[in-house]
Design a protein around this ligand. Structure first.
Ligand code: CP
Length: 304
């Protein structure tokens, strides 16, 4: 299926072939991530961010501008007519009238799907609720492909809040397109939701649970760490039970394979100690930087 005009709402809508096309395009775009490539001149991207963001919004905006396009939109509902009571649907209708593509982030699951149903223009989900962050998963998979030269055959650890982190949910759905083994490392309470486990199992993804990193560290090629998503816990007492229950330090990486790469979607809080930054394993700042060529690739595939 062609990328042209497509919505990006969930990783479940994409095939392995789609991702391979995207990765090749992103590799090509790395050459233009600084110099620019004027292929979207005259196109307008609207960003509608109802939740905070640094990387996703700014890398999308950079990508659009590097491709010669323009950006409109907002990084908070504050200052928009949402404050006067305008509905989400009407806001999306307006952006659809002004722009060629809409990038939306919202705290409610399903917001991007609703936006895609309303808008004629393609809608890209920049994160909604605790289930979907598909362009982050595409970036995470691209980083693995780029840094390790492949995705198939790798042993991938995913550690942290696997229940509420939307990046994890989308990443697991994406990993299900490849021949990998996944180690899910977390306190029992923070294991992925059953609906996610049922989906990845139905797609044949092999996974095992671990409660401690040292049980599996020496076998891993990739370790993906996420913070505890404090803002998504309904009960503050539940958050207090798991707060600080895992923390990656340079010391805790002793025993890792030489070639292990540590990824993190960022922002980090206290689960990823700065002592890891200086180790050969740290790849998370490169991962964030790949966000620009990856999103240049996405926008150019969707809009040309
Ligand atoms: N990884 C990610 O989504 O970061 P932001 O919240 O800063 O966009």
């Amino acid at each position: 299926m062609s990328w042209r005009g497509r919505d990006v709402v969930s990783m479940r809508d994409f095939s392995r072939k789609d991702l391979e096309v995207l990765f090749e395009k992103a590799r090509e775009m790395e050459r233009y991530a600084r110099s620019g490539l004027d292929v979207l001149r005259g196109k307008i991207m609207a960003v509608a961010f109802f939740e905070p963001s640094t990387r996703t919004r700014l890398s999308f905006e950079t990508a659009m501008k590097r491709l010669g396009g323009n950006v409109i939109g907002f990084s908070s509902a504050e200052g928009t007519s949402v404050e006067k009571g305008e509905t989400f649907s009407d806001t999306i209708r307006m952006l659809d009238a002004y722009a060629d593509v809409i990038v939306v982030r919202h705290k409610l699951e399903g917001a991007a799907k609703l936006a895609a149903e309303i808008a004629q223009s393609p809608v890209i989900n920049a994160g909604d609720g605790s289930f979907n962050h598909p362009t982050q998963a595409m970036l995470d998979l691209y980083t693995i492909w780029r840094e390790k030269g492949k995705v198939d055959g790798l042993r991938i650890g995913v550690m942290g809040d696997l229940k509420y982190a939307r990046t994890v949910n989308s990443l697991l759905e994406g990993l299900a397109l490849f021949d990998v083994e996944v180690a899910l490392i977390s306190p029992e309470f923070l294991r992925p939701r059953q609906e996610t486990l049922d989906y990845i199992q139905s797609r044949g993804l092999r996974y095992e649970f671990y409660s401690r990193l040292d049980e599996v560290l020496g076998e891993l090629d990739v370790l993906y760490v996420v913070r505890i998503q404090k803002e998504r816990f309904l009960d503050p007492l539940e958050y207090e039970r798991v707060r600080g229950s895992y923390r990656l330090t340079a010391e805790s990486l002793r025993g890792a394979k030489d070639g292990l790469i540590v990824l993190h979607p960022l922002p980090r809080v206290d689960e990823l100690d700065p002592s890891v930054d200086g180790t050969r394993h740290a790849a998370y700042f490169r991962q964030a930087a790949y966000g620009v060529p990856l999103r240049m690739a996405l926008l150019s595939l969707i809009l040309t």
